[in-house]
Design a protein around this ligand. Structure first.
Ligand code: BG6
Length: 512
């Protein structure tokens, strides 16, 4: 197929490019906050899995930066243990040995100039010994309060400079700010040091296969999109339920709460992908433009008291074991009002969605771990089947099962076998495990590879982050003026207030 004379596009070449393995060129990754949980459970195993899948270059280098008094070998041992415990792919000694050659540790604190000089020397040494070509990504897996100092130090020590065709990139973990004002401040600091194309803000939900599949489902098919609008959709429910409590994360979680922790980022990104218009192409600019447009059209209901709920878990039973309440968790202040559950109703002011509520909910210590997007359709306008009134049937729904049982379910009414015309709801399922033999990369694997390739498709832009805070800020401010949060026992599906919120609209939450 020859290139189109008008656009120069070559669909065949593009299709082939998409099927070729995407392999990172000469490069390295520096992790700040390397002693933290995220690093051990996700980042180190992801690096190993990428190497094991042959997607990293031979001299790939991994540098840890932390206060611990570790030698390179101690760091390599920590990575080794993390890989053995958390990697997805089998352990292969030869892959490990090659990866271990590029491992270095820099000891120091974020405000110490000498440590950043030593980081610079380490990078120079790796460029010579491992052929990393000066290409390094800096992963800030550090408490939010430390973002500014690390970014300033990178600038001060010339580590953000892209010399002689090399690249430098910053990867910033969430939470990106605490509210709109702090996110704007952080963005302006980041942009003093890095060009926009050097900055990768992590939202690990975008690295999940099922989340990327939302766009495939909507825009690679003809049968769903015609129904995907206010003429057919009654409402949308986006649920991210977790069965775990806050674990050992009191220091991070208390004062942040469920809405800031996951609605501001993961759930609003899911909403954006579900509701946005078709992008002109699957490239970072086009995607960001559409996500930004739809996030900018989100409207909060005027009565926040009736359309938001925040709650805290109390002691209860979960999976046959007794679970303590939030206020009894280690490190939590007795008077804490932090939300461990949040439900909000949003609307989108555009032609496609006007009048269709989007209900978002999330919580810790709920009935079970499940994330899903349910597009619930209007009832059939009329039933010709005599005694089976349409009101008796559930509404058709299309449920995108993000996790853990990845796939999609369509619910619809069907005739019950027998001599009468009785209709009952049934499901049609698509399960990843049954339809594909390919294994999904872990979200962090995909995202780290994208950073090394400079592919920004799956990373929220400045505007998206700020618009998301703009949506959440008035809710948080409203909650601050309210009394104590509602309560729900651990192991249940949240507070009665959340059920009442939907009941007022004549609807109910799905029980996933
Ligand atoms: C993180 C939140 O972003 O996502 C955690 O900070 C939450 O509180 C986690 O537990 C859930 O991620 P996943 O991939 O297990 O759904």
């Amino acid at each position: 197929m020859s290139p189109s004379p008008v656009t120069g596009a070559n669909p065949l070449r593009d299709a082939l490019d998409r099927r070729l393995p995407r392999i990172a060129g000469p490069s390295g990754l520096v992790i700040f906050g390397v002693t933290g949980d995220l690093s051990r459970k996700k980042l180190m195993p992801a690096v190993y899995d990428l190497a094991n899948r042959g997607l990293l270059p031979p001299g790939f280098s991994l540098v840890g930066f932390a206060r611990r008094e570790w030698a390179d070998e101690d760091f390599a041992q920590v990575v080794h243990d993390a890989v053995k415990e958390h990697s997805r792919t089998p352990f292969r000694e030869e892959v490990w040995q090659q990866l271990a050659q590029g491992m270095r540790f820099v000891q120091g604190s974020f405000d110490d100039d000498a440590s950043f000089e030593s980081l610079r020397d380490t990078i120079d040494e790796l460029n010579r010994a491992q052929g990393t070509g000066g290409n390094f990504a800096f992963y800030l897996s550090v408490p939010p309060g430390s973002f500014p100092v690390v970014i300033q130090q990178l600038k001060k020590h010339g580590l953000a400079d892209q010399k002689d065709g090399s690249w430098r990139r910053a990867v910033i973990e969430k939470p990106f700010g605490h509210d709109l004002k702090s996110a704007e401040e952080l963005n302006s600091l980041v942009h003093e040091v890095f060009q926009p194309e050097q900055v990768f803000r992590i939202d690990h939900y975008l690295g999940k296969e099922t989340v990327q599949n939302i766009l495939a489902l909507r825009f690679a098919n003809q049968m769903f999109e015609p129904l995907w609008n206010r003429s057919y959709v009654d409402h949308v429910q986006i649920t991210m339920a977790e069965d775990i409590g806050i674990g050992g994360r009191a220091g991070y979680y208390d004062g942040i709460g469920a809405a800031r922790d996951v609605i501001q980022n993961h759930l609003l990104q899911l909403l954006a992908l579900t509701a946005m218009e078709e992008p002109a192409s699957f490239d970072a600019d086009a995607l960001a433009a559409e996500k930004t447009k739809v996030l900018g059209a989100v409207r909060l209901p005027s009565d926040l008291g009736a359309s938001t709920v925040r709650a805290q878990y109390t002691a209860g039973w979960q999976g046959g074991a007794k679970a303590v309440g939030y206020l009894e968790e280690e490190g939590i202040d007795q008077s804490s009002r932090t939300d461990t559950y949040a439900a909000i109703k949003l609307e989108i002011d555009n032609r496609r969605w006007a009048g269709v509520p989007f209900y978002l909910r999330t919580g810790k210590r709920l009935g079970r771990r499940v994330t899903e997007i349910a597009v619930v359709f209007q009832r059939a306008p009329h039933s010709p089947f005599g005694h089976t009134a349409t009101e008796e049937l559930g509404q058709n729904a299309m449920v995108i099962r993000v996790q853990p049982d990845e796939g999609m379910t369509v619910r619809f009414g069907s005739k019950v076998p027998g001599t009468s015309m009785e209709i009952r709801d049934v499901s049609m399922d698509f399960a990843y495990g049954e339809s594909f033999t390919e294994s999904s990369p872990e979200a962090y694997e995909r995202l780290i590879l994208d950073v090394l390739l400079g592919d920004a498709n799956l990373f929220p832009r400045t505007e998206e982050v700020e618009l998301s805070w703009k949506i959440l800020d008035p809710i948080e401010q409203f909650w601050d003026t309210e009394g104590a949060p509602a309560q729900y026992p651990a192991g249940t599906w949240g507070p009665a207030e959340a059920d009442e919120m939907l009941a007022r609209d004549g609807r109910s939450w799905r029980r996933p």
